[in-house]
Design a protein around this ligand. Sequence first.
Ligand SMILES: [Fe+2]
Ligand SMILES: [Fe+2]
Length: 231
Amino acid sequence: MVDIDTHTDATETFIHEMTAEYRDRMKQLVDENYNDEYFRSVGDERAVIEREFPRQAWEELYTGCLPPARQLNLVYEQGEPFGRDRDIVIGLIKQIQDEAKHGRLISSLAERVGVEADPITWEAPYQEELIGQVETAMNRDKPHLIAAGLQLSTEIMAAFMIRNLADYIEPAYPEIADTLRNDISADEGDHIHIGRLIGMRFATPADHALMREIAEEKYEFTARTLRSLHT
Ligand SMILES: [Fe+2]
Ligand SMILES: [Fe+2]
């Protein structure tokens, strides 16, 4: 017989340690690659908006919305969407809503300084990396396996990137910097929380090794994408 309490405790500890570890590693990765030195190589504050905002808007909409939409569908199929898992359903809908808001907000902030950042028309010079990143997050058939590659590992990256970006553009565009910090980074805690809920409810200790593997694969992909900004 499976001891439910031991099983839940083991998964809770695992998820707690995993999010803490990736939080530190993502912060380090972002600070090493997405920093003032990189921004200075791009140019002044406006040049950085021109270079970075279209990609950030694209990522909010694609990397931000598609995986939680898939999780919503998987929870509907595999969970109890009208009973036990109602909190997860509502949390995922809120996450999709937040990420769509972030994408639109970044586009409109860019337009305010005359930079076009419309994800419908934007073509990235490094779009293959970005698409690969979305595919790596989507390519799983269990909600907690998607959480391992997104909310529980690399998603926190967006908050660190936005923070560094806000610091750099602050001297010329203090209001844009404030909006980035207050209206975007502030939502990220909720998204990690929903990933934890999914992990706690759907993962068993037998899934832990695969979840680590998925998180690491996504980390490596994200690291390559960040480093590709320098080329
Ligand atoms: Fe976001
Ligand atoms: Fe998010």
